[in-house]
Design a protein around this ligand. Structure first.
Ligand SMILES: [Ca+2]
Length: 327
């Protein structure tokens, strides 16, 4: 994309074509409806179960989705990529657009996050976002409360992804307890916390193989069906990545490293500027490229693009004046 110094609209169309041919399988990450979690140290784990051994962890700044991925958003992904529908897609109790997608295996969840330009959270990122800066046992505090989460068949179905605002974590993340279990990127090993690194743990290199059923990935947070004993933020559950058993309450959300976040927001503005240029909506294009330049003032590609947009706006302004003169 170094040849953006073009003076004709045709040239811009050509660049757009080249750009989108390499961009068609993923989106630029959009941090709308994500929460920025600052770099911090926290105690991961608890004394509830032996696989939750408490230990200190430091993680870098990152974004995490405020909500579980909804059926509505998953539908956009299926349409754009021809990805097959998950289990329970036609179940009327579970398939409203604002309910969380269920019946996805780890590979489905991973493919969705990659398509959005994001990734699955690590177990450490997920747990820190759920426990908040004070290290709560549940997202909202230290005592179980059936009015703050959907669990144990209390409601008999999944609830909209923005439900239970009283139950958000202190970072403002919804339904980290209950509604649907959530896939994270890590493999599960019951002994991992005894050896995991303190800085940005990514999980073991392979999963525990229960009864020779195949290595397993971590699930977090309990579900609308699961008992309250799975609801505290450090609870660890597992499933084979190709498996969507517990599918009726099995979903996910995505995360994004913060440095990627800033870069991707700039890239998002740049792409938006190019799309507006393609539609000859030059004022919109100028607004978007100005936003990109605000975040990265020295970027020559952005500055050259702005020059093209300004030239085009001046031409249009000139044509407007001359046609006024003619009339
Ligand atoms: Ca959940």
């Amino acid at each position: 994309m170094n040849n953006l110094v073009l003076t004709s609209t045709n040239g811009v169309f050509m660049v757009l074509t080249l750009l989108f041919s390499s961009w068609s399988t993923t989106l630029a990450a959009d941090t709308t409806d994500m929460v920025l979690i600052p770099k911090g140290e926290f105690t991961m784990g608890s004394k509830e179960h032996s696989d939750e051994m408490p230990h200190q962890v430091v993680i870098e700044e990152y974004y995490i989705d405020k909500y579980e991925v909804s059926n509505g958003k998953y539908r956009d992904f299926m349409k754009a990529t021809d990805h097959p529908a998950p289990a329970y897609w036609d179940d009327p109790r579970l398939n409203k657009p604002d309910q969380p997608v269920v019946g996805v295996n780890w590979h489905d969840a991973n493919a969705y996050c990659e398509w959005t330009g994001k990734r699955l959270p690590t177990e450490a990122e997920w747990e820190h976002a759920a426990q908040g800066p004070e290290g709560s046992h549940f997202p909202w505090g230290h005592t179980i409360d059936p009015t703050k989460a959907n669990y144990g068949q209390n409601v008999g179905k999944t609830m909209p992804v923005n439900s239970y605002p009283e139950g958000v974590s202190d970072f403002g993340v919804y339904n980290m307890a209950g509604n649907v279990f959530e896939w994270v990127s890590d493999w599960y090993d019951p002994n991992y916390f005894r050896v995991s690194p303190a800085l940005n743990p990514q999980g073991p290199s392979d999963g525990y193989n229960f009864a020779n059923q195949g290595p397993v990935k971590v699930l977090k947070g309990g579900s609308w069906l699961a008992p309250q004993t799975s609801l505290h933020v450090s609870h660890r559950f597992w499933n084979q990545p190709e498996n969507n058993s517990y599918g009726v309450g099995l979903g996910f959300r995505c995360a994004l490293s913060a440095d990627n976040g800033v870069r991707d927001v700039m890239q998002y503005d740049f792409i938006h500027a190019l799309v507006s240029m393609g539609k000859e909506q030059w004022n919109d294009a100028l607004q978007s490229i100005d936003q990109a330049i605000q975040r990265d003032p020295e970027n020559m590609e952005y500055r050259q693009t702005r020059k093209i947009i300004r030239t085009q706006l001046n031409i249009e302004l000139g044509q407007g004046r001359s046609s006024e003169g003619e009339s």
